[in-house]
Design a protein around this ligand. Structure first.
Ligand SMILES: C[S@@+](CC[C@H](N)C(=O)[O-])C[C@H]1O[C@@H](n2cnc3c(N)ncnc32)[C@H](O)[C@@H]1O
Length: 355
């Protein structure tokens, strides 16, 4: 009688995720991807020399592992970086993700506390407790990606005719101000206001210096500071890190500030709604959302939030008298929601919305 053995492969794949992550971080630290100047083909000896290595054998193990991960290729005699590595893992490339590789998982200590966090329902300690220690580096690391996503989104709003003459853009939790400055780049007649925490705005000023003449930077909690009326209000990757009550209040504030004719832009990584298709389909839905689920788990581990579902976002919008009218994916895995008021019942501020 034959018995079917259930393979432990999925368990191994998860265990090996730790080593795969370390291999990527190490390759970035050693400058492996930078070593292939002009996308050259390098044999193991030359690659070892270029990273100041002393052991070709050890380098071959690392490089072969990177081949297995799809980041290098090998034609039998030499290594090359793959198009993915050339685009995202080379220092100074427009879409560089190297700093993000290290920072995206958040503090290692948060993962060590995850069991306690899941039991309690929220993290006892989060990056928000000391924003200056984490966010300046994170927002500098995410800036290249977000500039590209924001540029595409700003172009889309312009093409839809949703940017009036001399539009004003409000970027809440602006970080690098990648979003505000993308609108300023697309529309030379635009002006923008970027809001971020006092510990972070020095970084905002530095990274957005090229647009200083049209960008006003405001320090404070985006739920507390007075906000100007705006034609576009951006919530870029902030809802997922907030508890639901604060996220709902933030959406409401953004809709109010955008008034009767403005647009609220939410960029985030929505995880699947808690209710959905029945068992088999549901498994497939969750499997295809692994990226969004793991990023949401990262939020639970390190912030007061736990990601955001599309259902929640639509609910918060409805609560504020607005609706999601379009969903974009300007770059793979980068989701953007365009939100507009439902009716003229939404407040249309003349100048300022008080806290
Ligand atoms: C993940 S970063 C996103 C930066 C940028 N919006 C983007 O999409 O690239 C979150 C930003 O929100 C800021 N932030 C967090 N809590 C905030 C608060 N209560 N008020 C204002 N900014 C806040 C952080 O300092 C950080 O710059």
């Amino acid at each position: 009688m034959s018995t079917t053995v259930v393979s432990p492969a999925p368990v191994w794949d998860v265990i090996n995720g730790y080593a795969a992550y370390a291999a990527l971080v190490t390759a970035v630290d050693l400058g492996v991807f930078d070593a292939f100047e002009d996308d050259a083909a390098l044999d193991a000896g030359e690659l070892t020399r270029r990273i100041d290595g002393q052991s070709t054998e050890a380098l071959v193990l690392l490089a072969d592992t990177l081949v297995s991960l799809g980041l290098l290729s090998h034609d039998g005699s030499a290594y090359r970086r793959t198009p993915v590595a050339a685009r995202y893992l080379v220092s100074g490339a427009p879409h560089e993700m190297t700093a993000l590789v290290r920072l995206s998982p958040g503090p290692a200590a948060s993962w060590a506390r995850l069991a306690q966090t899941v039991r309690a329902g929220r993290a006892a300690v989060g990056v928000g407790d000391d924003p200056g220690a984490f966010y300046p580096d994170l927002v500098a690391a995410t800036a290249p990606t977000q500039r590209a996503v924001a540029a595409a989104t700003a172009g889309e709003l312009d093409a839809r005719g949703w940017l009036p003459q001399a539009p004003t853009v409000l970027d809440l939790g602006a970080g690098s101000a990648a979003w505000a400055t993308a609108f300023l780049a697309v529309r030379p007649d635009a002006a923008a206001v970027a809001v971020d925490l006092p510990e972070v705005i020095g970084t905002t000023e530095r990274l957005a210096a090229a647009f200083a003449d049209r960008l006003t930077i405001v320090a404070g909690d985006y739920l507390d500071v007075a906000l100007p009326a705006a034609d576009v209000v951006v919530l870029g990757h902030v809802l997922r890190a907030e508890p639901a009550d604060r996220a709902r209040a933030l959406v409401r504030r953004a809709v109010e500030v955008a008034g009767r004719t403005g647009t609220v832009v939410v960029a985030d990584y929505p995880r699947p709604d808690p209710v959905g298709p029945g068992a088999a389909d549901r498994d497939a839905v969750l499997a295809s959302a692994r990226h969004e689920l793991l990023l949401s788990l990262t939020m639970l581990a390190s912030t007061g939030g736990r990601g955001v579902t599309e259902h929640e976002l639509r609910d918060w919008c409805a609560d504020a008298g607005a609706s999601v009218v379009a969903r974009l994916e300007p770059l793979p895995r980068q989701h953007v929601f365009l939100i507009r008021p439902d009716t003229s019942s939404v407040a249309g501020p003349d100048k300022e919305i008080p806290a």
